[in-house]
Ligand binder design. Structure first.
Ligand SMILES: Cc1ncc(COP(=O)(O)O)c(C=O)c1O
Length: 394
């Protein structure tokens, strides 16, 4: 691929984004009157902290959106993952299968439990865990002892698997569910960036024993910070709720706590903002889909590059659009990122694969060729809903 082609890619991206003020961020929040109204009402009520009706309203709305029985609003997506793992019974000394291709929070949540991430490989079309490669790895490296899956090499129990819906695209959740059944692993879905996405008509956030959403500032809806745990399991939801609230025994005046726990509750003020944003989700999804189509049209027909589209049988929220250089073009990744940044177009590669981070370099893992190749070839592009209209609406 020549420099001329890189210039063509950049110019087509620029045309797609239009004549807007630079720099253009990767993903900006969007707030309007609706958010102002809900925030004002919350301030006027005085219930800005953790005993707020807004939190209950948000939880009901989130559970409905994800098609699950329970939602527990918490302070971040990381907190939701941590609680999901604890409530699902992950213990110190266990291993948990985690893609090496994810944001570090996925593995950190495992470490907070005293457990060890066991890194598995990801693949196209969804950037999620590769079911075929994972199954082959588990067949080779694990044995079933009673109801427990044991890592033959480390002797540790492999207790759970976290499927990540990377960039908002649903992972191959049916195949991963089947693997978890076969190997008796608990499935947790890291749907931090996948609110509004679906696989086989089932919303992301509804797969596995529990799932996590994030409402961080760069997500499709945001409260500045925040998250939620989703589950159909009432007992798991109660455990998570109790652990998120310092394990305090409900009582009007006594302070009794049953275990060492966490302060992971979502303040009412964040819940009010999250709820206002959630009410706009269908509109945000429509606009993000239009932007994705514009990127796809703009870069169609160029040799050496493609745009990541939603995999078959899925509907993606297109949280972050990304282009993929073809294998062999890895050396062009940095020049492309530099050119885009020079034009004021914020862009970034995928995450540093987690086994390459110092604190995770000794963790058990399978061959990670797919992950390394995807990381060397993918560029994430500005994806704020306001960019959907292109030059004419700028
Ligand atoms: C895949 C993934 N998991 C977990 C998280 C953590 O969410 P939070 O930042 O709300 O803690 C993020 C956030 O960006 C994420 O992208």
């Amino acid at each position: 691929m020549s420099n001329a082609l890189l210039e063509t890619i950049v110019s087509r991206i620029e045309q797609t984004l239009g004549d807007r003020e630079r720099p253009l961020a990767l993903h900006e929040p969007e707030f309007g009157e609706h958010e102002q109204e809900r925030l004002s009402a919350c301030l006027a009520s005085g219930y800005v902290s953790t005993a707020s009706e807004e939190t209950t309203r948000l939880e009901i709305a989130l559970a409905r959106t994800a098609g699950v029985a329970h939602a527990v609003a918490v302070s971040s997506g990381t907190a939701a993952l941590h609680l999901a793992l604890l409530a699902a019974g992950v213990q110190a000394g266990d291993e948990v299968i985690v893609p090496a291709l994810t944001f570090v929070a996925t593995a950190n949540a495992v470490s907070y439990c005293g457990a060890v991430p066991h890194f598995a490989d990801s693949s196209l079309p969804d950037l999620g865990l590769s079911p075929e490669r994972l199954e082959a790895h588990l067949q080779r490296e694990s044995e079933q002892i009673g109801r427990v899956c044991r890592n033959r090499r480390t002797g540790r129990t492999i207790r759970a698997l976290i499927a990540v819906d990377a960039l908002g695209h649903p992972a191959d959740l049916p195949a991963l569910t089947a693997i978890c059944r076969r190997y008796r692993l608990t499935l947790i879905e890291d749907a931090a960036a996948a609110l509004g996405s679906m696989r086989d008509g089932v919303p992301c956030g509804a797969w596995g024993s529990a799932a996590a959403f994030s409402f961080n500032g760069n997500k499709i809806i945001t409260a500045g910070g925040g998250g939620a745990l989703l589950t159909d399991n009432g007992e798991l939801a109660s455990t998570a709720r109790m652990l998120a609230a310092t394990a305090k025994v409900p009582h009007p005046w006594r302070y009794e706590h049953t275990s060492i726990a966490y302060n992971y509750r979502m303040p009412g003020i964040n819940a009010a903002l999250s709820l206002a944003q959630l009410e706009r989700l269908p509109e945000l999804l429509r606009r993000k889909r239009r932007l994705a189509q514009r990127y796809q049209q703009a870069l169609a027909g160029l040799d050496g590059v493609s745009v990541l589209t939603e995999p078959r049988r899925t509907r993606s929220n297109y949280w972050l659009n990304a282009l993929l250089l073809e294998p062999g073009c890895e050396l062009l990744l940095e020049p492309l990122l530099a050119m885009l940044h020079r034009q004021g177009v914020q862009s970034r590669p995928l995450w540093t694969p987690l086994h390459r981070l110092p604190m995770y370099s000794d963790c058990p893992r399978m061959e990670l060729h797919g992950t390394l190749s995807l990381c060397a070839r993918t560029v994430c592009l500005p994806s704020s809903p306001r960019l959907e209209g292109g030059a004419d609406d700028a």
